[in-house]
Ligand binder design. Structure first.
Ligand code: S3P
Length: 433
């Protein structure tokens, strides 16, 4: 599928995006190991979350409503998955693979985790090494533990682990394994990454203590099934909020998105760049802060995005780079080497594609320099098979003169199948061909 957008629209209006991807994965995974039933409302219906649901079904978990927003998970109550008959296909989803590895570490049977061409290039060592220390047997390709991954779980022992990188997936995998251990498992991270696992574990009745950058989970935990409604996804909303920020006279409002501080670093960046950001109607949903967020556009300034901001903006860096091309002055993104091991090498991908639109961008080993003030012109660009690159490029296309075509844009279905529809509802001419 090719996504065609016509540039120079002014975004206007209120919009909804679907349920949060990270929270939807976790609701299914925790529901699966809880005692009793878990009812998940507003669950994201997109390929990544379907990968998690199908893997859990292969592990013997009964789930009703897969492929709809209302899902019921019949928990198996502890490390009670059954040995799967076939490989567990995680598709494109790093979250599925890494979090499942945490759960499978406590299951004393062999299983194989596989993924698509992109996932097969992504390192699992950040999860495999601590889980091996806890007692699981894990094999992957090369010392980076590239998938396919062979898991053979064991009776685990607790560990105290300092993560070398801020990664919510790695943190979560260790915490999930820690649920099945006699004793306390402690994870420390170098900067705060998204904390949905910690919040949701509490909602399921586990004891989790957080002090600064250290999280302790107390095993053996007994999770109780619960009922939760997933907040809307701030990373999906980011495409429209960032686009509006870069257009004078534009104004859009994202309704009911998670405003968990670990997820909305991009709103801080937009403010620094000079946009007006208003967070209103704040409330709590599923243990997460939720609000409506309005962004009013203006002429933006270049900024530096680095350090502790990086884990809080990680998935939004491609779209921030896209809008920085038209800001006044230079934007520097650094300390973001993690972008190289996402669904694509997002540094190389965004730099090469933004150049096709006429942007001046320089690649750094851990980020990029975006020289602002570019007059972008519509062009044909490539998604690199990466959903967030595809959507970030469509937003860059909105800032360009003329028509932009994003090739191989089917991948938006990984996290946000309704992306073209929402874009069109805000006043953009969009076509899928
Ligand atoms: C996610 C964590 C982040 C993020 C990914 C989803 C999660 O990855 O980029 O899209 O749900 O835990 P890392 O943990 O690898 O930083």
């Amino acid at each position: 599928m090719r996504l065609k957008v016509l540039g120079r629209a002014k975004l206007k209006g209120d919009f909804f995006v679907p349920g949060d991807k990270s929270i939807s994965h976790r609701a299914l995974l925790l529901g699966a190991i809880a005692e009793g039933e878990t009812i998940v409302g507003n669950c994201l219906v997109a390929e990544d979350v379907l990968s998690t649901a199908h893997c859990l079904q292969s592990l013997g978990v009964r789930i009703e409503g897969v492929g709809t927003e209302n899902v019921k998970v019949y928990g198996v109550g502890g490390a009670n998955f059954s040995k799967p008959d076939s490989n567990l296909d995680c598709g494109n989803s790093g979250t599925t693979m890494r979090l499942l590895m945490g759960l499978l570490a406590a299951h004393e049977f062999e299983s194989w985790l596989i993924g698509d061409a992109s996932l097969q290039k992504r390192p699992m060592d950040r999860v495999a090494i601590p889980l091996q220390k806890m007692g699981a047997k894990i094999e992957g390709r090369t010392e980076r533990f590239l998938p396919p991954i062979r898991m053979h779980g064991a009776k685990l022992k607790p560990i105290e682990w300092a993560l070398p990188i801020a990664s919510a997936q790695a943190k979560s995998a260790i915490l999930l394994a820690g649920l099945f251990v006699d004793g306390t498992t402690i994870v420390q991270e170098p900067a705060l990454s998204r904390d949905h696992t910690e919040r949701m574990l509490r909602a399921f009745g586990a004891k989790v203590v957080v002090r600064n950058l250290t999280v302790a989970v107390f095993g053996k935990a007994r999770l109780r099934g619960t009922k939760l409604v997933v907040p809307n996804d701030p990373s999906s909303a980011a495409f429209f909020l960032c686009a509006a920020a870069a257009m004078t006279d534009a104004e859009v409002t994202a309704l009911s998105i998670s405003v968990n501080p670990t997820r909305i670093g991009y709103l801080d960046v937009l403010r620094h760049m000079g946009a007006t950001v208003i967070i209103h109607n704040e409330r709590t949903q599923a243990g997460e802060p939720v609000a409506d967020v309005t962004v009013q556009g203006s002429k933006l300034n270049g900024v530096t995005v680095a350090g502790e901001l990086i884990p809080r903006t990680i998935d939004e860096l491609p779209v921030l780079a896209a809008i920085a091309t038209v800001a006044e002055g230079t934007t520097i993104i650094k300390d973001a080497q993690e972008l190289r091991v996402k669904e694509s090498d997002r540094i190389a991908a965004i730099v090469s594609e933004l150049r096709k639109l006429g942007a001046q961008v320089e690649e750094l080993p851990d980020g990029m320099v975006i020289y602002g003030n570019s007059k972008l012109s519509g062009a044909e660009v490539e998604s690199h098979g990466d959903h967030r690159i595809a959507m970030a490029l469509a937003i860059a296309g909105l800032l360009a003169e003329g028509e932009t075509i994003v090739n191989n844009a089917n991948c938006v279905a990984i996290s946000f199948p309704q992306f073209p529809k929402v874009l069109s509802s805000l006043g953009v001419e969009v076509e899928m061909t």
